[in-house]
Design a protein around this ligand. Sequence first.
Ligand SMILES: [Zn+2]
Length: 502
Amino acid sequence: MTSTYITTTIPYVNARPHLGHALELVQADALARHYRGRGDRVRFQAGTDDNSLKNVLAAEIAGISVQDFVDANAAAFTGLAQPLSLSVDDVIRTSTDPRHRAGVERLWRACAARGDLYRRHYEGRYCVGCEQFYTDAELPGGRCPDHGTAPELVSEENWFFRLSRYAGQLRALIAGGTIRVEPAGRRNEVLAFIDSGLEDFSVSRGTERARGWGIPVPGDPGQVIYVWWDALGNYLTALDYAGGGEDLRRWWDGAARRVHLLGKGVLRFHAVYWPAILLSAGEAVPTDIAVHGYLTENGRKISKSSGATIDPYDLVGQYGTDAVRWWLLCAVPWGADADFTVDRLVARANDELANGFGNLVNRVVSMIHRYRGGRVPVTPAGAPDATALDAAVRNAPGLIAGALEDFDFRRAAWAARRIADEANRYVNRTRPWDLAKAGDHAELDAVLSALLRACQALGTHLAPFLPDAAARIARQCAPDGAGLLPAPSPLLPRYQEQAYQD
Ligand SMILES: [Zn+2]
């Protein structure tokens, strides 16, 4: 059986989650459900990055202990699994999970044994917002381009990782597609970065500057391991890397795919630093690095610090899981940025979910009840004039699989939508009510049965995108032991526009 390992990035928990986090989680969930449906053994891994210095600073401002602070925010992140219907298999928290610290230490020792870690004096400008050192050339006007703040000058002795040693190997792995970076524009960005010359990078900081928060460097308690080393390590530590047992064999070395899903802002860490650390430690590299864009809300950048963003819990509370998932999967072009507004979410929920899917299934089941007493019509194959509808049903699995191979969630969801569009057209063209009036029973049975097959296909093929609605559709279209369909009930609600309370 094929094993597929799918990860999301572990967000730092200096604030509650926003809609951008929901995007990545829902994308990963659609992939996980798709691969499971195909028969793969899948592990969908999520977690939280508790060890960032940003968390420490945010806790100081909030006036509570760092552990209490990260506990509360981490719970808000892991709690998204319920409202978003996420099929997460495991969650790792870097500050509390015993698998994590032991695993990070093992990873450190493995790279040290390879001779890739060394101490050296370093001076540079460190942006805490980015958790990253910058050269002066990278800071126009002395300010971080992302945060607009002037990064502090840090001068200390640090541990460095010999990234420069892996430049050639990394380039070959990415250019040759062993590590597939999608979309292609992102791959080119990584290759250009490698070609600009890879320098060794600092992978520790003084314990004092880290406020004593984080994982001490093994054998050097005056230094704390760089939070990015610590955070990237979660992809292995969650598999009990320290113990080196069955999880690690199954989901890392032995997996057919090791898929990291991430936002464009952390591409360099995942496509350059992380594979280099793995090469140094003698471990397999990821097979897929899938990079999504960012969301804006009403044209504004979503920012954890502004506090004026839409809370995914509130959004699901008002519009339901299906509407939120559908917008995230269908409205956001793969790899590109997208702007969220409540109006757009409501328009899609009404047009595509309520009118498109819900109304279709309701109409078909109602007609089977009205004309056939709820009994599923049995007909010899071949309904009249159903070529386009049958093709949409037949082609959907291949189109969905192909689109998801490219991480194009929108194209994949459209293949399912196509079934509903063709089915609605088919109803209008064949006019089953006229066939019933004319007493054309054979043709009516053939038409109803073609339509029911299409609705059943929707129940199957929508499952990766809308697990809740798909389950309701599947139940509505499943005959009981006596061959009768359940009485028709509304499946997907319509919403009033502009009802959202900010
Ligand atoms: Zn910054």
